[in-house]
Design a protein around this ligand. Structure first.
Ligand code: GLN
Length: 539
C-alpha cells in the first residue's frame, strides 16, 4: 500500500489569491509525473456544508457523485485532475464539531473534558488521514480555507502542525500562498506583508517549505532573495505566480517555476519523468486560438456574481476549446426580461442557457426567454430550474394549460407540470435533503440526447426537490417536447427535448459538474456547435 505524503496549502495576506487553483495546478503536475493525487479543502465556517448558503455568500455549491454539497474549489480539483471527488474532500468546522459533539453525546469521551486540543484537532487529523490511509493516493493535498491568523482557522493550523510530528518531516510539506503587492508610489514590490504572514505561521509552530507568491509583475532576484532570507526558505522555493490570462495557464506557469520539482526535492523523492502536459497544452492552444466566436446568453438570477455559475462558465470554456470557438457569455438577469424586451435582450445571441436556481424571483423572465428562443429556433439549453421553466413554458403556450406552473412558486396551481418529488413531501430540514448526487439515466434511442452522448446509459449529478410531473408525460410527448432521458428505477424525467427545433434540450441534472479539461461535457460541446451553426446561418 502506498504511503501518502501530505501537502498543505495555506494562504496569507489576503483571501482570494487562488489557493484552489494553485492546489489543483500542483496536483495536475504531480499527476502528470505519474503520481496518484487527491485534493481536499477545509473550510473554517460553522455550516455543516455550503448547501444552505446563498450563492451570493459563497458562489456555486458544487455537488459530487456521492451527493456531497461542497465548495466550488472541488470543481477546480475535478476539472484539473479529471478524477471525481467525494464528501471526504470537503470538510467544514461545522462538520468537525458536529462529529465531535455527536461522539460526546454517545459517551465516547466519557469522563473526559472535550476540548479543541486534542479532540477537535484529532477529528481534523482523522479527516486528513482518511484519504491518505485509503492507499489510493501518493499525495493528499489539503487546502486550508481563509487566511493564516484568522481566529476561525486556528484549530486547522494547529492540526497541520501536529501532522508533521505524526507522519515525519519527509512526508509533510507546507506551501504558503501569499501576495507581493506593488506600491506605485515607491515603484517597488513589497515583501513585508508576506514576512508578517509567515511570522504568524511560525507563531503557530509551522515553517512553510515553499512560498508561492502572487504578483502582478515578475519577482526580481533581489526580492526573491529577501523573501528567502526573511521567511527561512530556500531561494529556489520562492515561486512566482503571476496574474494569469486564464486559470488554465497556471499549471504551465508552475511547470516553468518548477513547483513540483521543489515539492519532490523537499520530500526526498526521485523526480521521475517530466510532467506529461501535452494534452493540457493542446487544450490551451485551442482555447487561445479560436477560429470562430459565438455569443451565448446565460439567463439567471445571480448574474451579478458569475461565481454562482462557475461550473457552467468553465464547461463553456472546455466546450469552446473543443470546437475551437471562443464563447463569449452575456450574463442576463432573468428579472430584467419581459415580453417586450426579449428581442432586444436575446435577439442577437447565438444560443441561450437558462440557469439552475431556487425560488420565485426571476421566473417570469426565464419563461419569456424560453418562449422567445423556442419560437425563434435559437439553440436552447436548460439546466435544472432552466429545464423546469422550459416545461412550464411549453405547457402554457403550446399545450395551452394557462395555469401551468411548478408548485415551488405556485402551490395551488391546477396544472402542476413540475411538482415536489414524493419523497420530499415529508422533509422539513433544509440541509443535505435534496435529491443529491449521481443517478443513472437511460436515453431514448434515436434522440438528440443519445446522439450527443454517443450512448444510451449515462449517470449525472443532481441537486433538486422538484420534478417533471409524469401525469403529463403523454401530452408533452405527443405535442413534441419529448422526455428523452428517464431514470430507469423511478421513471423520473431527466431530459426533455423539442423535436421540431435545431437544438432545444433541458436536463433535470447538472451536466456542468462533470465537464473537465480532458473530458469536455458532450452536451456543452454540442450546444456550442449548434450555436456556432446558428451564428453562421445568420451571416
Ligand atoms: N428549484 C428547483 C428544484 O428544487 C431547481 C433546482 C436547481 O436548479 N438546482 O427542483
Amino acid at each position: 500500500m502506498a504511503k501518502a505524503k501530505y501537502i498543505f496549502v495555506t494562504g496569507g495576506v489576503t483571501s482570494s489569491l487562488g489557493k484552489g487553483i494553485i492546489s489543483a495546478s500542483l496536483g495536475k503536475l504531480l499527476q502528470a509525473k505519474g503520481f496518484k493525487v487527491t485534493i481536499q479543502k477545509f473550510d473554517p465556517y460553522i455550516n455543516i456544508d455550503p448547501g444552505t448558503l446563498n450563492p451570493y455568500e459563497h458562489g456555486e455549491c458544487y455537488v459530487t457523485d456521492d451527493g456531497a454539497e461542497t465548495d466550488l474549489d472541488l470543481g477546480h480539483y475535478e476539472r484539473f485532475l479529471n478524477i471525481p471527488t467525494s464528501q471526504a474532500n470537503n470538510i467544514t468546522t461545522g462538520r468537525i464539531y458536529n462529529n465531535v459533539i455527536t461522539k460526546e453525546r454517545k459517551g465516547e469521551y466519557l469522563g473526559k473534558t472535550v476540548q479543541v486540543v486534542p479532540h477537535i484537532t484529532d477529528e481534523i487529523k482523522r479527516n486528513i488521514y482518511l484519504l491518505g490511509k485509503s492507499g489510493e493516493f501518493d499525495f493528499v493535498i489539503t487546502e486550508i480555507g481563509g487566511c493564516v491568523g484568522d481566529i476561525e482557522s486556528l484549530p486547522f493550523i494547529e492540526a497541520v502542525r501536529q501532522v508533521k510530528w505524526d507522519v515525519g518531516q519527509n512526508d509533510f510539506l507546507v506551501i504558503h500562498l501569499t501576495l507581493i503587492p506593488y506600491l506605485k508610489a515607491a515603484q517597488e514590490l513589497k515583501t513585508k506583508p508576506t514576512q508578517h504572514s509567515v511570522k504568524q505561521l511560525l507563531e503557530a509552530g509551522i515553517q512553510p517549505d515553499i512560498l508561492v507568491c502572487r504578483a502582478d509583475r515578475k519577482l526580481p532576484a533581489d526580492i526573491r532573495k529577501k523573501l528567502a532570507l526573511f521567511c527561512n526558505v530556500h531561494y529556489n522555493s520562492v515561486i512566482e505566480a503571476l496574474d494569469a490570462e486564464t486559470i488554465y495557464d497556471v499549471p504551465v506557469q508552475m511547470l516553468k517555476e518548477k513547483l513540483a520539482e521543489r515539492v519532490l526535492t523537499k520530500l526526498k523523492m526521485s523526480h521521475k519523468n517530466e510532467p506529461a502536459l501535452d494534452q493540457w497544452k493542446d487544450f490551451l492552444g485551442r482555447l487561445k486560438n479560436p477560429t470562430e466566436e459565438i455569443r451565448v446568453g446565460l439567463v439567471g438570477k445571480y448574474v451579478e456574481l458569475p461565481d454562482a455559475y462557475k461550473s457552467i462558465a468553465e464547461a463553456f470554456i472546455h466546450a469552446g476549446a473543443e470546437n475551437e470557438c471562443g464563447v463569449e457569455i452575456e450574463w442576463i438577469s432573468s428579472e430584467s426580461i419581459n415580453e417586450e424586451n426579449c428581442e432586444s435582450l436575446l435577439g442577437h445571441l447565438d444560443g441561450v442557457l437558462v440557469a439552475p436556481g431556487f425560488g420565485e424571483r426571476g421566473i417570469p423572465g426565464k419563461i419569456e426567454a424560453v418562449k422567445y428562443v423556442r419560437e425563434k429556433k435559437i439553440p436552447f439549453f436548460g439546466i435544472c430550474l432552466g429545464m423546469q421553466c422550459a416545461v412550464i413554458e411549453f405547457a402554457r403556450n403550446v399545450l395551452k394549460y394557462k395555469d401551468a406552473a411548478s408548485t415551488e412558486f405556485d402551490e395551488k396551481t391546477k396544472e402542476a407540470v413540475i411538482d415536489l418529488m414524493e419523497e420530499q413531501k415529508k422533509i422539513t430540514d433544509k440541509g443535505g435533503t435534496m435529491r443529491l448526487g449521481a443517478y443513472p439515466c437511460n436515453l431514448e434511442k434515436g434522440s438528440k440526447a443519445a446522439a450527443t452522448y454517443g450512448k444510451q446509459k449515462i449517470s449525472e449529478r443532481h441537486r433538486h426537490r422538484y420534478e417533471f410531473n409524469n401525469k403529463y408525460l403523454d401530452a408533452f410527448n405527443k405535442a413534441g417536447l419529448r422526455a428523452s432521458g428517464i431514470n430507469p428505477e423511478t421513471g423520473l424525467v431527466e431530459v426533455v427535448e423539442l423535436v421540431d427545433h435545431p437544438w432545444f434540450i433541458g436536463t433535470q441534472y447538472h451536466p456542468e459538474l462533470k465537464s473537465t479539461v480532458l473530458n469536455p461535457h458532450p452536451l456543452f460541446v454540442k450546444f456550442v456547435a449548434a450555436s456556432l451553426q446558428y451564428a453562421n446561418s445568420k451571416s
